[in-house]
Design a protein around this ligand. Structure first.
Ligand code: AMP
Length: 399
């Protein structure tokens, strides 16, 4: 097993990672950092929680600080493109920590807020821009940002950007950057569309896949709670009342469900907040901050919170619905059991959701245990469907 000092990082960064408490590189860091330091393009299949931000930030810092005088240039030299505002804020914060003690300046660019601070950061000569696609293009069209000198382009959570309909924006932004550059592409899943983008946007990329370790994180225990559909609210409340938790994220499929469940839990005196795409940017930031700081113990959210966000100390994830896409299950439960902590993932399951549940069990390669909540008054005997999951091909354990 390697240590950070085997990775050829400069002393200042070795001190930084040590001060952050990182003892050894994660698999993606171990694999991506040497290739990036050689200037290679990288395509990485990795979810959040794998340490991918440091994997791309550390070598980018090395690249940017190689020649000090270059840092004084008044245009951005690295661009990190991310799908959501929340992820942009998080990446900006993480990058600043990694770049502490260097003169690197950042600009954080996302929509839904005024332009003032963002323009000021650009005018001050930001070296690194962390941006969501819409606002970035908006500024580019107003000639407020120059992408023609980008040396390192990082496309983060590309699958998510495509899901959100940003494919054309992302393609345009890539084309606005110079051909001669280093490009890194990270995505939780690598499908055909992503391969196509990699085909024209990357040059002989090194491929890195660390997904299997994330899928089998064995600090998380999973349970399915079969329940008649009309008793889901009651079962959710009963589960919360009988579970000892620090903080819980309840995932819903729709924004409307998120609002209704939040009201229901509030009415039952649970300390709860909510986050979904119809809430204003300020409301979303306040909800996330309140949840992180422990003001609220429960966050009810749509899949907007299932990817990317690094919220530590989440002890439980509860799926109010079985997620429609099996990958979403993996993303959602990835909010708990992070960094070796224990976590529990409960899924409320009504009979109409059997096909989605089967798809998840196929992806995981195992059957998830069905449980009945003792003492809960089931109006109908819940059907404890067992599904026919395929056995795991090869189980690789998380380190
Ligand atoms: P990320 O996947 O980049 O969102 O990182 C997930 C979490 O892991 C963040 O809280 C990081 O601070 C943390 N982290 C990243 N690299 C390491 C490491 N080598 N050792 C311990 N924690 C890490």
């Amino acid at each position: 097993m390697s240590s950070f000092s085997d990775l050829n990082l400069p002393e200042i960064l070795l001190k930084t990672v040590e001060s952050l408490g990182y003892k050894e590189p994660t698999p993606i860091q171990e694999k991506a950092i040497p290739s990036m330091l050689q200037g290679r393009d990288v395509i990485g299949a990795a979810q959040t929680g794998t340490g991918k931000t440091a994997a791309y930030a550390l070598p980018t810092i090395v690249h940017l600080t190689a020649a000090r005088e270059e840092l004084a240039k008044p245009f951005p030299r690295a661009l990190i493109l991310v799908p959501t505002r929340e992820l942009a804020i998080q990446v900006d914060e993480a990058f600043k920590k990694f770049a502490a003690g260097t003169p690197i300046k950042l600009a954080l660019i996302y929509g839904g807020v005024s332009y003032g601070a963002q323009l000021a950061a650009l005018k001050e000569g930001a070296n690194v821009v962390v941006a969501t696609p819409g606002r970035l293009l908006d500024l580019q069209e107003r000639r407020q940002i120059d992408l023609s000198k980008i040396e390192v382009l990082i496309l983060d959570e590309v699958d998510r950007m495509l899901d959100m309909g940003f494919i054309e924006d992302v393609s345009r932004i890539i084309r606005l950057c110079p051909r001669e550059r280093q490009t890194l592409l990270f995505s939780a899943t690598i499908n055909r569309t992503i391969r196509e983008i990699a085909g024209w946007a990357l040059r002989e990329p090194v491929e890195i896949d660390v997904r299997s370790s994330a899928l089998t994180a064995d600090t998380i225990s999973h349970a399915i709670y079969p329940v008649p559909i009309f008793q889901k609210y009651d079962l959710l409340l009963a589960l919360l009342e009988r579970t000892r938790y620090n903080s819980v994220i309840v995932f819903t499929r729709t924004k409307r469900d998120a609002d209704r469940i939040t009201e229901w839990l509030q009415a039952n005196r649970i300390s709860v907040t909510t986050m979904h795409a119809d809430r204003s940017q300020n409301e979303r930031i306040a909800a996330l901050k309140g949840f992180r700081d422990g003001k609220y113990n429960v966050l009810v959210a749509t899949d907007i919170a299932s990817r990317g966000l690094d919220i530590s100390g989440v002890s439980h994830v509860i799926n109010y619905n079985v997620p429609e896409h099996p990958e979403d299950y993996v993303h959602r439960i990835g909010r708990t059991g992070r960094a070796g902590n224990e976590g529990e993932a409960f899924t409320l399951f009504s009979p109409d959701e059997l096909s989605q549940l089967k798809a998840i069990e196929q992806l995981l390669g195992k059957t998830i245990e069905r449980k009945k909540l003792e003492g809960f008054l089931y109006r109908q005997e819940p059907l404890m469907f067992n599904s026919t999951a395929v056995p795991a091909k090869k189980k690789r354990r998380n380190r």
